[in-house]
Ligand binder design. Structure first.
Ligand code: 5RP
Length: 219
């Protein structure tokens, strides 16, 4: 039996095949950490990396990989990151690690989003994993009331501040039947910085770790 960490490591290794020479966008979380560690083996091929969090930037630098600012990088070919849930249509919930805003920004600048997950992340309907929403602190209660109106149960992530100085509401009990519509609706709420639904711009490729090997799902 392979452990969840072994599945994550296998997809991290498989993602290396998608890394072109040049600048690479790197995500956040335990699966992305395995990917960062794999990148270290091919660092001669990489010009620089753009990190989606302070934690990832630190890890890249520890491996001797140059980290540059997104504004300096401009567009890049590939962004590699994990997800908390992903559907067969490649829509994702992200933000379990709280880095959703920078992840969405870096992903927006990448031509290809490669999602790396173990098979436990694949779902038909998203929402079992509480949906993270990054919110400007003074709007916390207002946004929470609006999310209740949308049928959710928002819970403030205790003791957590994002890299951008904001708070996270984890929204439970959301039955996300139309991820694109829900992303659009929550984006509209004033005070919301980013919703952890990545549906309008989902993944292009999903590498999924299973005990039988790495499966590749494409849009
Ligand atoms: C962080 C994220 C991560 O990609 C997501 O939480 C998955 O993490 P892990 O690979 O540790 O399961 O969105 O903000």
């Amino acid at each position: 039996m392979m452990t969840q960490d072994e599945l994550k490591q296998a997809v991290a290794r498989a993602a290396i095949e998608y890394v072109p020479a040049g600048i690479i966008g790197v995500g956040t979380g335990s699966t992305a950490n395995f990917f960062t560690d794999e990148l270290a083996h091919i660092k001669g091929k990489i010009e620089a990396a753009v990190a989606s969090s302070v934690a990832t930037a630190e890890r890249l630098k520890k491996h001797g990989i140059r980290v540059i600012d997104l504004n300096e990088a401009g567009e890049m070919a590939v962004y590699v990151d994990g997800a908390d849930e992903i559907t067969p249509h490649m829509a994702m919930i992200k933000g379990g690690g709280g880095a959703l805003t920078r992840e969405k920004i870096v992903a927006a600048c990448a031509r290809k989003f490669i999602c790396i997950v173990d098979q436990t992340k694949l779902v038909d309907v998203m929402g079992k994993f509480p949906l993270p929403v990054e919110v400007i602190p003074m709007a916390r209660s207002y946004v929470a009331r609006q999310l209740v109106k949308l049928g959710g149960t928002p819970v403030l992530r205790a003791g957590f501040t994002t890299d951008n100085g904001n708070v996270i509401l984890d929204v439970h009990n959301m039955n996300i039947l139309d991820p694109v519509a829900m992303e659009t609706e929550i984006n509209q709420l004033v005070g919301v910085v980013t919703v952890g639904l990545f549906a309008r711009r989902g993944a292009d490729v999903c590498l999924m770790g299973t005990p039988e090997g790495v499966q590749t799902l494409k849009r």
